[in-house]
Design a protein around this ligand. Structure first.
Ligand SMILES: O=C(O)CCC(=O)C(=O)O
Length: 351
């Protein structure tokens, strides 16, 4: 018997199934999101090697990256590769718990779980809030201002151990980077870390993010994270390889041009926040970014490295002169962050 028709029918079935799958995942993106996605271009960001022994040349590359983009990749950063995988695994385990279980750890102050749409990073949109879930972990030594919440060990036995280990390693990377940023700003390399300096008792907040894949069909633009610049000093972001992160280099220009930021395996994406922009009198920039849904589930993990909460952030001496006076009044770091965070959560509940 001739087997050709059966063979062809087999291939035809596979082809039809693959096409239907593609159409289904494309349809889960809203019509406008599809439009935005087709318009994007990729951005090639500078690569900074934290292990380089040439600190002067590294600091100079950081300076250029912070002036041009406010974003760069950080490689050879010292955080253990396996630990980075473990932290993503543990994050996935937490977000796949039933909502009622996650809500037992609902955000108190800054810390704990926030469900889908709890936060709206862009107050100018009418969206009902960003389509992401988050979990925040603060300084490991609880104080009256910040008390961490941990999932029960019965549910997730290794969770706390892995998170604490990662927190310590990424915080130490952030501090090493801050000494190069100090050099890049023509300051002593211990400027941020020295006693009484901004990072003497830093506020480090680890933010686990989960963007669901299925968005439902809608005519509205749906954002994973709507357009924003970070609030604080430095962010070290680990991504899982699923695209979606985009930056807009010219935040004041209209229409905004968004460019994709590709994932670099094992590396961090580093960006500066608004506090750093103020501090440096706009010599360094904080850059607008957002996360667009692609129809695929996505996880990322950010460390926000910010000054201790009582620290007064005022224009750095190396960034102002008679011809370029300070553009912003001094602010208290903790108050500034609190106001920005509170606004993002209340925008969502108003939306
Ligand atoms: O998930 C990402 O890639 C970016 C997250 C982000 O921008 C934020 O949490 O502020």
């Amino acid at each position: 018997m001739d087997s050709t028709p059966t063979f062809l029918q087999g291939w035809l079935r596979i082809y039809i199934a693959a096409t239907l799958l593609y159409i289904r995942s494309w349809r889960t993106l809203s019509i406008r999101n599809q439009y935005f996605f087709q318009m994007m271009e990729s951005l090639s960001l500078p690569l900074i090697d934290l292990s380089s022994s040439d600190r002067i040349s590294t600091a100079s590359s950081i300076r250029q990256a912070c002036m041009d983009y406010g974003f760069f990749y950080l490689i050879n950063h010292g955080v253990d590769k396996q630990l980075l995988e473990n932290v993503f695994d543990e994050s996935r385990k937490f977000f796949s718990l039933p909502l009622e279980e996650k809500m037992k750890l609902a955000r108190k102050g800054y810390l704990g779980f926030a469900p889908l749409h709890a936060e709206n990073l862009d107050s100018s949109t009418t969206s009902k809030g960003d389509s992401k879930e988050t979990f925040h972990i603060g300084p490991l030594q609880d104080d009256e201002r910040h008390v961490n919440q941990w999932p029960s060990e019965d549910l997730l036995p290794s969770w706390r151990f892995v998170m604490e280990k990662y927190y310590k390693q990424v915080l130490s990377t952030g501090k090493r980077l801050s000494s190069l940023i100090a050099l890049a700003l023509n300051l002593d390399d211990d400027f941020f870390e020295k006693a009484g300096g901004a990072l003497d008792r830093p506020l480090g907040v680890l933010r686990l993010l989960h963007y669901p894949g299925e968005m439902g069909v809608s005519d509205e633009v749906v954002y994973g994270a709507s357009a924003h610049s970070d609030y604080g000093m430095i962010t070290l972001l680990a991504t899982d390889g699923v695209p979606g992160l985009q930056v807009c280099r010219e935040k004041l220009k209209q229409p905004r041009i968004w460019e994709d930021v590709n994932h670099v395996k094992g590396g961090f994406i580093v960006n500066l926040g608004d506090m750093m922009e103020r501090w440096s009198n706009c010599v360094f920039r904080s850059t607008l970014h957002r996360v667009m849904p692609t129809g695929k589930e996505r996880y990322s993990i950010a460390l926000f490295l910010d000054p201790n909460e009582d620290y007064i952030v005022e224009c750095l001496s190396s960034c102002c002169s008679e011809s370029s006076p300070p553009r912003f009044p001094p602010i208290c770091s903790g108050d500034y962050l609190r106001d920005r965070i509170t606004a993002a959560y209340s925008e969502a509940s108003n939306g």
